[in-house]
Design a protein around this ligand. Structure first.
Ligand code: ADP
Ligand code: MG
Length: 715
């Protein structure tokens, strides 16, 4: 597919910019920046505000201030009993001295050099002996030629960075890349539209966010608003284009009003459908009866009972004389679906077939033969079935169980569309309604909100590490009662070895010192597959009482007898991830407990010390949300409210989430404006009404967002 010049330029690797060495590029890649475009949209998450650089003699006690000086002395000490490691740094200038104190961050000592200029930013506690005391201030390391007057009133960007890439270096590298890349990112909105809606030029906005210079908050706000509209715009273009594709779809299925088969099925179930399940089913039924393809997203937390809804829908297709297929993200989950569906369908005489990776040629042939038979069936497999779905005859309904990686299979479905069946996509990731409607505006959305009755909510506690001995006692008690426990550690990761307690190390300590009387097991990402599976099997069968693990247990593990989950360094996990992890317990009929260990350094935990991040929220408040509720949608709403939508789907690591600045809950006006603009531009494009430069820029923007997903006509 031919591309615009700008697209080709902006998708070049960052090494194309002078001064970006392969080593730097590797560090940038860790921040999620590979191309020039990645860098352009890698926005700072806050600014260092130099509006008031003060001398120590100018600050008042209790004031939050930016204090400037030269490093006079650096001390690293341990308190009595060696429980606390303290770093003290004294700085000085003509207005007196200031002392910064940090607890339990001994590595900081090496970062200071006597005689170098620095800024401390934080609350000034006391002023005894003419010296300002600051606890855990943020530090800005300055160039030798720094002079406060040059910086007065300036804002400096602060980016999410990674070890080995100091903020100052990243800032310089970013500035180099941005100034080289920016001339190729051009305005795609016609001037008239921008004027009407008060939107500044897109490249001015990008420039302002990376380097606001002495810009005031109002001006910076305008830049941000322009980019919020841009983020929404890119998404809406996708939704509008997808809808257009859908309108042209060739749909042949004729589903019938549910009859005896469905009644029989519901009667053989060992439970009654909940109100939520019934109302979702009625939405699905209406879609299936309508003379156009269904594109419905079914959201429901893990355990909310989506499978039986999918089964009923598939049986509706079978009863109407069609075949139906359900696809799971992994082989294990596919097998689980197969077993459940087979158990249910055997009773009503409907065939369930299983397509899996381990099939021999003979089995494959048998499966293909079955495709030829008259009788209708339900086919179970993984997402790989999507590629052969055209060979499944008479396909009336496809159910895609997406679990976490939502979106991938769904788009594959669209691209291959010739004659399409009804499609039901199920996701277990609760997404706030406003966000779901923005991201998946081309889909209809159903939600199962409450779990089947009888499930007991997990009791959740947030504790500091000192309380761990009590937690271990509790695990021992539960184990004595025949229950099991998970102890979860953050993923083993080269880049932050320092802080993460590696699961492997803790396994040693726990099995030798803490639980010598219990059987422990360990699974993490670096073990061989067989070893992992063997340990999981022994845990499932109750041979192992305590499983030490990393987040590898997130997907597809079901051990109803596990009643305790301890999550260490819980402050390092996102809320969505904590929720998924906690979903592993509370699956049986007994009370379960989740303990979140908050290892935030004491002095940093409180709200008063935290930075007012653009999309920020302190760890403790996030963990409190977990303690308060088990409702995935409530947690998702809180997460979005407090951190912005960028945190969803763990996209933060990738540097440029779908929505980083924009928040559909907050920015409703910008959202509807973006939708209007997307529709207008696509229409003008189709009619050939766009000026050549605007057309070029618009195509560039669409390509940057969607790659080759959409081929624009005439391009
Ligand atoms: P998920 O939404 O995660 O796919 P499942 O469909 O696996 O959830 O359902 C979780 C469990 O709840 C299953 O054992 C299922 O049989 C059971 N279940 C589903 N619906 C109901 C209901 N209405 N009443 C009682 N149990 C139900
Ligand atoms: Mg499921």
């Amino acid at each position: 597919m031919p591309q615009t010049k700008e697209f080709e330029f902006l998708t070049r690797p960052v090494t194309a910019v002078k001064g970006v060495t392969p080593r730097r590029a590797a560090l940038l890649a860790r921040c999620g920046i590979s191309t020039l475009w990645d860098a352009l949209t890698f926005f700072p998450y806050r600014y260092e505000d130099f509006s008031e650089i003060k001398r120590p003699d100018q600050v008042k006690a209790g004031e939050e201030a930016l204090v400037y000086g030269k490093v006079l002395d650096v001390k690293a000490e341990k308190t009595f009993k060696k429980r606390l490691k303290i770093v003290k740094v004294l700085i000085e200038n003509s207005g007196g001295k200031a002392s910064g104190v940090w607890f339990n961050q001994p590595w900081l000592a090496e970062k200071f050099e006597i005689g170098k200029k620095v800024l401390f930013h934080g609350v000034c506690h006391s002023l005894f002996a003419g010296c300002v005391q600051m606890t855990n201030p943020d530090v800005i390391y300055l160039d030798d030629d720094f002079h406060p007057d040059d910086y007065e009133g300036k804002k400096l960007p602060v980016y999410h960075t990674t070890e080995g890439l100091p903020q100052g270096v990243l800032r310089k590298v970013m500035s180099g890349i941005v100034s080289e890349a920016l001339p190729n990112f051009r305005e795609y909105l016609p001037y008239e539209e921008r004027r009407k809606h008060g939107l500044i030029d897109i490249s001015d906005a990008v420039a302002a966010l990376h380097d606001p210079k002495k810009m005031g908050d109002e001006e910076l706000g305008k830049a941000r608003r322009r980019l919020i509209v841009d983020e929404f715009f890119a998404l809406q273009v996708g939704n509008v284009l997808t809808k257009k594709i859908m309108q042209k779809e060739n749909y042949e299925a004729h589903h019938l009003v549910p009859g005896k088969l469905i009644v029989d099925f519901l009667n053989t179930l060992p439970f009654k459908l909940t109100k939520d399940q019934l109302s979702v089913l009625s939405e699905i039924k209406n879609d299936m009866l309508a003379p156009r393809p269904m594109h419905r997203l079914l959201q429901g937390d893990v355990g909310s009972g989506k499978t039986v809804v999918a089964a009923t829908a598939m049986l509706m297709a079978v009863e109407s004389g069609y075949n139906a297929a359900i696809m799971a993200p992994t082989e294990i989950l596919a097998r689980q679906h197969f077993e459940t569906l087979k158990k249910w369908c055997d009773k009503i005489g409907v065939d369930v077939l299983f397509s899996h990776g381990g099939m021999k040629a003979k089995e494959k042939k048998e499966l293909l033969n079955r495709f030829e038979e008259e009788k209708n069936f339900i086919l179970v497999g993984t997402h790989s079935l999507l590629h052969v779905k055209d060979s499944i005859p008479n396909l009336g309904l496809v159910v895609i169980d997406e679990q976490h990686k939502f979106g991938v299979a769904q788009r594959a479905m669209l691209r291959e569309a010739e004659s399409v069946p009804d499609t039901l996509i199920m996701t277990a990731t609760p997404i706030p309604r406003s966000l779901a409607m923005t991201l998946y505006g081309h889909l209809d959305i159903s939600v199962i909100r409450s779990a089947p009755a009888g499930r007991i909510p997990v009791k959740t506690y947030v504790v500091t590490p000192e309380r761990l001995p009590g937690v271990w006692d509790f695990i021992r008690k539960e184990a004595a009662a025949g229950r099991q426990a998970y102890i979860v550690y953050p993923q083993i990761d080269e880049s932050d070895k320092r802080e993460a307690k590696a699961a492997a190390e803790m396994f040693d300590v726990l099995s030798k010192k803490v639980f010598p009387d219990l059987k422990l097991g360990i699974v993490h990402g670096r073990l061989e597959k067989e070893e992992k599976e063997e340990t999981m099997r022994r845990f499932r069968e109750g041979e192992i009482s305590v499983l030490i693990c990393t987040t590898v247990i997130e997907v597809g593990v079901d051990v109803p007898n596990a009643s305790v989950m301890v999550i260490e360094d819980a402050q390092r996990f996102g809320l969505a991830q904590l929720h998924q992890l906690r979903g592993r317990i509370g699956r049986g009929s007994l009370q379960s407990y989740c303990v979140l260990v908050d290892n935030t350094p004491l002095e940093k935990g409180g709200d008063e010390f935290s930075q007012p991040l653009l999309t920020g929220m302190t760890e403790n408040r996030r963990l409190e949300v977990m303690a308060k509720t088990c409702d995935g949608f409530e947690i998702a709403e809180a997460d979005m409210e407090l951190r912005g939508p960028g945190e969803f789907f763990g996209e933060k690591q990738s540097g440029h989430p779908t929505l980083y600045l924009a928040n559909p809950n907050r920015d409703r006006n910008e959202l509807s404006l973006a939708k209007e603009l997307a529709e207008k531009l696509i229409e003008a494009y189709d009619k050939g009404d766009l000026a050549p430069d605007i057309r070029e820029a618009f195509l560039t923007r669409v390509a940057l967002r969607y790659g080759e997903e959409f081929t624009m006509p005439g391009f």
